[in-house]
Design a protein. Structure first.
Length: 300
């Protein structure tokens, strides 16, 4: 039987997004830094859930645009202070995409070297459901309308604007022929998406299972799978997010989520909730007696 995958380690990758300038979210970019500090100091929802599940938490700044308050314990790995506005052109350069992928892969290997035997994905970035929807539409071959959700609860006019932004960006990428993971990242992704993709690849390279969270992590998983198809057997879908893009990715990759609770919180919260189920499955295989061991009679 497999060893029980413990201890578990959650990595929350954070970045900001130039597409906020297109009016896709009512929240200012400063909220990203504030929420990063909240996660890092133990006050966020995912922080509480991680303590409950015995999951270690690290926060990695891949591209936060404003100063993180309070001297919070954050891993500094900034590629750039936020992406460019994907509604006007590419979100980042290919070199920046590669650099952010490397941030995630290195962090995965560092956590495994430190003893982690189960990796968990988390994210933070105001506006990041917009690049997520664009990545899903581009890499899973879906329409913008089918995979773009309300994120933090936007109203109908904002949702319509968001769908239009995603549709235009995806059309631009398709016309340029950017249908592989690396170029999709550069065209419409975020730095946290790239780091999450690298994190999944790093975990798989170390032969450690990775529990993925909601639509942001799942869109990053599409990138990882495009770059390295062999990652798929190492991935566990933690839950089904309420965002429509999440179900599109799960269907596209043939993944069955462990939980379906209608969550849209992000941060890695759904994946952390799934960790005890993953560990319980391995423990049952390792410790539960067979019929022979328990002296249970066979069928006559």
């Amino acid at each position: 039987p497999p060893r029980v995958p413990e201890p578990a380690a959650l990595a929350v990758f954070a970045g900001d997004h130039g597409v906020l300038e297109a009016g896709v979210s009512p929240w200012p970019r400063e909220v990203t830094a504030q929420m990063v500090a909240n996660v890092a100091t133990g006050g966020a929802a995912v922080s509480v859930l991680a303590r409950q599940a015995g999951v270690a938490v690290s926060v990695v700044d891949v591209g936060v645009a404003t100063p993180i308050p309070g001297g919070a314990p954050v891993v500094a790995a900034t590629v750039a202070p936020g992406t460019a506005d994907l509604s006007r052109g590419p979100a980042m350069t290919v070199a920046q995409a590669r650099a952010a992928l490397d941030v995630g892969a290195r962090h995965a290997l560092d956590l495994v070297a430190g003893g982690a035997r189960l990796l968990v994905t988390g994210d933070m970035g105001i506006g990041n459901t917009t690049p997520s929807a664009a990545l899903v539409a581009l890499l899973a071959g879906r329409t913008a309308e089918a995979v773009t959700g309300r994120g933090t609860g936007i109203d109908d006019p904002t949702l319509a604007r968001k769908v239009a932004v995603v549709e235009a960006a995806v059309d631009r990428a398709r016309q340029a022929g950017h249908l592989d993971g690396l170029h999709a990242l550069a065209e419409v992704g975020g730095f946290e998406h790239a780091a999450l993709a690298g994190f999944v690849i790093g975990g798989a390279a170390a032969r450690v299972p990775v529990v993925v969270d909601g639509v942001i992590a799942l869109s990053a998983l599409l990138v990882a799978e495009s770059l390295v198809p062999a990652v798929a057997p190492y991935v566990i879908a933690g839950h089904r997010s309420a965002e429509p893009g999440a179900t599109a990715v799960l269907d596209h990759l043939g993944l069955r989520p462990l939980l379906d609770l209608g969550l849209r919180l992000g941060e890695g919260s759904g994946a952390v909730l799934a960790v005890p189920i993953v560990q319980a499955a391995a423990r049952l295989l390792a410790e539960m007696a067979t019929f022979d061991q328990a002296g249970v009679a066979g069928r006559s």
